[in-house]
Write a protein that binds this ligand. Sequence first.
Ligand SMILES: Nc1ncnc2c1ncn2[C@@H]1O[C@H](COP(=O)(O)OP(=O)(O)OP(=O)(O)O)[C@@H](O)[C@H]1O
Ligand SMILES: [Mg+2]
Length: 267
Amino acid sequence: MDTPAVEVTGLTTGYRNHLAIEDITFTAASGRLVGVLGPNGSGKSTILKSLIGLLPPWYGTVRVFGQPPGRARNRMGYVPQAEEVDWDFPVSVRDVVAMGLYERKLGLDRFRRVKEAPIIHALERMGAAQLANRQVGELSGGQQRRVLLARALVRDPDLVLLDEPAAGLDATAEAELLRLLRTMADEGKCVMVATHDIQGVYDTFDDAVLVNRHLVSTGPVRASLTDHSLHQAFGRQLITLQGIDHHEHHVEQSHEVRGGQEHERTR
Ligand SMILES: Nc1ncnc2c1ncn2[C@@H]1O[C@H](COP(=O)(O)OP(=O)(O)OP(=O)(O)O)[C@@H](O)[C@H]1O
Ligand SMILES: [Mg+2]
């Protein structure tokens, strides 16, 4: 079998002495569009940060294309959650996108000598080519999102990690983004998206990773997103998916995890 794009085994990590996620295990394959779902504070962003290598594991392992994240960095594109980005520095849109072409941070004058074509192409794909010479700090929130997406995609990464990428996008941009992500997955890339749009994932994504500090379920969406697993992840919050089979008795290819132990779902 091919090496999965992402292989996370028993991952426990957090911030300073704050434990954020515990014993998370899942894989994500190339060619798949994968939703990372869970309530606020459940560890979605923490998982993506672990995959890009911003956060080292306390326990467990993270492998990206069979390697530690640091060695696969140039095959990944990452867009952090909007709240985590500080735009308070004077830099142009094209320079921000150019940064995506480099693994390591270079002096800004280096960016001005890089090839223009991939930068403009990436901005065009995000419908933002006309913003190329603007300062990022003066753009609207949705325009800044498009620029960050262009930065993540400019190097044509094999693993795309997006943390709530549609936040702040207008309806057209969101629909275009989804189409683009679908195309990238169909081209053989692994696309992982942290999102609160459970119905959207259920309707149009391939797989889900459902978390609530622990792993709740993972696998193809129809199998991993069930009344039971959603209730486990979101507790009393009422979530009703359209088109879900509320009476299914048997689930293949997915597993749910309770109290750290896998168990077959028979209901
Ligand atoms: N920089 C940080 N310092 C300390 N604790 C943090 C930090 N970032 C996140 N946490 C904590 O880690 C846990 C998981 O947070 P995380 O950001 O991964 O959740 P999330 O699922 O992405 O939530 P949201 O839907 O709100 O984006 C939470 O308890 C949160 O308080
Ligand atoms: Mg988050």
